[in-house]
Ligand binder design. Sequence first.
Ligand code: NAG
Ligand code: NAG
Ligand code: NAG
Length: 327
Amino acid sequence: MSLNLDTMLCSFMAWFLGIAVIVLFIKKYMQGGQFTKQTNETGKIVIVTGSNTGIGKETVLELARRGATVYMACRDKARTEIARLEIIEETKNNNIFFRELDLASLDSIRKFVADFKNEEDKLHILINNAGVMRCPRMLTKDGFEMQLGVNHMGHFLLTNLLLDLLKKGAPSRIVNVSSLAHTRGSININDLNSEQSYSEGDAYSQSKLANVLFTRELAKRLKGSGVTVNALHPGVVDTELGRHMKILNGAFGRIVLRTLLWPLLKTPKSGAQTSLYAALDPDLENVTGVYFSDCKEKQVAPAATDDKTGKLLWEESEKWTHLKKLD
Ligand SMILES: *[C@@H]1O[C@H](CO)[C@@H](O)[C@H](O)[C@H]1NC(C)=O
Ligand SMILES: *[C@@H]1O[C@H](CO)[C@@H](O)[C@H](O)[C@H]1NC(C)=O
Ligand SMILES: *[C@@H]1O[C@H](CO)[C@@H](O)[C@H](O)[C@H]1NC(C)=O
């Protein structure tokens, strides 16, 4: 009898270990391309938006390790301070700073840039990382639908206001964290602000498609300036971006779905690799207007090569953000 129990226990353990090994193997495989080239970023000035958690935080951590001076541009002071001190502690790089930036407010963006220009006279790398995903319909301070407002309009204004510093820092790079979701997106030019109808998923995909369209349009405008701009898909990453996805937040979602999904998700550290690759790989010095995934160049969706829509959206965004009035 006891022998039987022992055998049962043994075979149960064997199964359990076998499955655990397979799951870990899948998890490892799903981490995707890693950026392992050694570089020294001492003296480089970098801004990373939305960098107090997830991919953004991991990106700052690695930049700090490589010696860069990094400005963490975030909304939440308390949370960013915690992340910032952790990063300094781990890397012994004291040149990591918090500057307040709320991408859902044009005033906040203008103030951030004005203050930044008092501190630095050039910028080498801008990583547009902050993003909102699939939230209920909400509006920014200026009345823009939140996902289009933060993911696209806010970064549009920020990037444009920082262009002169980027040109002074040339060779310099703009890195746009977009998403594979852009392939499902379409630009609803007649109802950009989703006033007639709103779907969380469609608004998200639209904002991410806008990122890719803009990357291409901006790359054209910056030809010959020494400033490159590229977009990327970080992978499906286990971060707080999913906080608005109801299905993942109920008891069932938290316990069952998240456990089943776990082997398939990238860690934030792996999610940061393509951003680091786009920002730092010396081979990409002259590469602009392209889209990366897993530390490799990738084709964009056909809708993202529609340069006419890209131009239209650019003009629309200039109006929304009052960019023209400034110069
Ligand atoms: C990086 O370069 C700086 C000078 O630009 C130098 O002081 C530092 O030691 C270098 N760091 C590494 C890890 O090589
Ligand atoms: C990418 O860069 C363009 C260029 O200005 C900007 O409009 C767009 O919003 C950026 N995307 C992200 C995610 O920051
Ligand atoms: C980029 O272009 C410059 C000027 O044409 C050239 O000197 C440099 O070697 C190029 N860099 C790479 C990595 O191809």
